[in-house]
Write a protein that binds this ligand. Sequence first.
Ligand code: HEC
Ligand code: HEC
Length: 324
Amino acid sequence: MHIRHGLLAATFAGLTIAVANGAVQQPRPAPPAQTPPTQAPPAAPPGQTPPPESPQPQPGGTQGPGRGGRGRGQLPGVFPAMQRPLADPAVLERGKSMYSVNCTPCHGADARGGQLNGPNLLRSQLVLADNDGELIGPVIQSGRPERGMPPFPLPAEDIKAIAEFIHSLTGASRGQGAPPESGAPPPNIVVGDATAGQAYFAAKCSTCHSVTGDLQGIATKIADPKMLQNAWVSGGLAAGAPAGPVIAATVTQPSGEKVQGRLLRYDDFVVTLLMEDGSLRSIRRDGDRTKLEIQNPLDAHQALLSALTDKDMRNVTAYLVTLK
Ligand code: HEC
Ligand code: HEC
């Protein structure tokens, strides 16, 4: 039972992230559409330089946008699972009742494995490879007696209906192996103590934010508590704001000359800055003799993560949702 609870918890965590990205995919009765959604970079207005992603210093490695791991356009993807046309509702209904009588005790009502130790069928390679019962059928008919599954000498039509029913479950998964939609409302994540959250905010956040200033009405601006939580934990990155944070950089050249600007990109060899007058300036890096200092305003949020407990996170969210 502990393992099942663990799975459930992990699933909810995944659900939260998927929902917060606004990317939950409803099953579509369309043939396999398994390519991950392409994520177009935010388009810049004509004549402007596109905003940089958030580069992060990585000692020794190649540095630059796309390597920092928290730039925009890198939200965890949602991969539609086995999308396929569903069988006739009457067939599914029949398959469902045959399945619940014969298979549920071992494989579970949602096919994620059951009390009597049948494996998870949503993740079964055999089920995933099956088209319309040609692989599932023989297993049902002959069973695997030596491994704990008895044979079910059912008529071909029933077997096909069961196979279609199992496919309808995999087709309803949000991602491969994820549980099918239950139709139940998503869990309420506002479970913290708002007063404790307020105290935490005063201690840890008020140096940079104010609830009567920049965060005034944040819960109106971001009405969904899950989105709000993702927004504050990430420092706004997950909320889908169009422009990234402005990252400033100072380059000190071997001559001692300092150049300051908005960091657009950098690697081991070149740093490109957007200067105050709108011009671009690329500076060659001469190993350690060229010093690069990056001031990423979101470093504070990154630093927060290592100290943030689940409890603090719930409390702060419970407080922030009151800021209507
Ligand atoms: C008494 C428990 C039990 C019942 C009832 C049962 N199964 Fe199974 N089933 C198992 C076990 C255990 C395995 C794993 C066998 C193995 O390890 O090869 C299995 C394997 C399977 C597999 C193969 C999975 C794979 O990836 O190899 C399929 C498909 C399957 N069952 C479908 C069904 C269907 C459909 C029904 C109902 C008609 C059903 N089973 C009823 C216990 C059961
Ligand atoms: C050292 C400064 C600093 C600290 C401390 C800090 N933040 Fe931030 N936070 C920022 C910056 C910079 C941004 C980027 C967005 C911006 O420029 O306003 C940001 C963004 C946010 C956003 C997104 C705002 C939006 O409109 O999308 C929220 C919400 C937020 N922070 C909440 C918090 C909370 C809650 C804490 C404390 C647990 C906290 N921050 C601690 C600097 C800080």
